[in-house]
Design a protein around this ligand. Sequence first.
Ligand SMILES: C[S@@+](CC[C@H](N)C(=O)[O-])C[C@H]1O[C@@H](n2cnc3c(N)ncnc32)[C@H](O)[C@@H]1O
Length: 293
Amino acid sequence: MRIDIVTIFPEYFAALDISLLGKARRTGLLDVHVHDLRGWTHDRHRTVDDTPYGGGPGMVMKPEPWGEALDAIVPPTPPPPTPPVSEPTPLPSASASRPVSGAGQAAASGTVPRLIIPTPSGRPFTQALAAQYESEPWLLFACGRYEGIDSRVVDEARTRMPVDEVSLGDFVLAGGEVAVLVMIEAIGRLLPGVLGNADSVADDSFAPGAMESLLEGPVYTKPPVWRERPVPDILLSGHHGAIARWRRDEAIRRTARHRPDLLARLAPKDLDERDRAVLREAGFPVDGEDMAD
Ligand SMILES: C[S@@+](CC[C@H](N)C(=O)[O-])C[C@H]1O[C@@H](n2cnc3c(N)ncnc32)[C@H](O)[C@@H]1O
């Protein structure tokens, strides 16, 4: 996967040289290019911000350096040449009558990247979105600062590539760099070959399938007793079926405690008698067909 990042703080991304992602870069699974937005400024102070139209506090990122940066990374495609007037207009062939491929298709084929703009006003970043991005060949991240990027940059970019505005959560960071690092780590660890044991993602919280609406329960390692606290006996039993059941019970209990909102997404048809008993015990009886009822 190719990843481009535009930022005024390239040094943030030194973290991408460490651990799993650093290894993925060294082995060629991840091809990361970090660009300094100030490289596309033309004044002595390398200015990237200006006062907001309409007034108010803070500064807004200027469109010109962003426009030049995006043009340099994704050169605009020239419009197709117009046939000379004397030439007869060709009849539409079978291939010409196919729908014109959209920006999404171009991104899927790797001709253009998907542009991802972190912003608190974007759609929520989730494990499902990370999995969707993992299947794309080329992602381009634009790190905002100040009050954000002049909105015309997003509107113009949308005419030639798919653009997603994505939020990490209901809080405000000082800039997009940390948000982009979070997204790249969540996406990168899903790339085939990045994790030592590919099966470990299947048990993660939010993993598609059985864990989709559940948080992972507690985990333990050696020694079996630490500061007089023993590991739950069941985990030492070697009984795989019982261990899987215990883990699911704990996942349900933890989800009920920390994220009851997620329980509403459990499909009652996927819940067995034991799931229902644990939910009842946790104060979430399943009566109807829909947990949200
Ligand atoms: C100080 S914030 C701007 C916040 C903006 N005035 C607002 O209220 O929506 C500067 C930059 O930090 C990043 N940022 C802040 N909070 C974020 C969040 N929750 N998710 C993703 N990016 C965020 C964005 O890149 C944003 O442009």
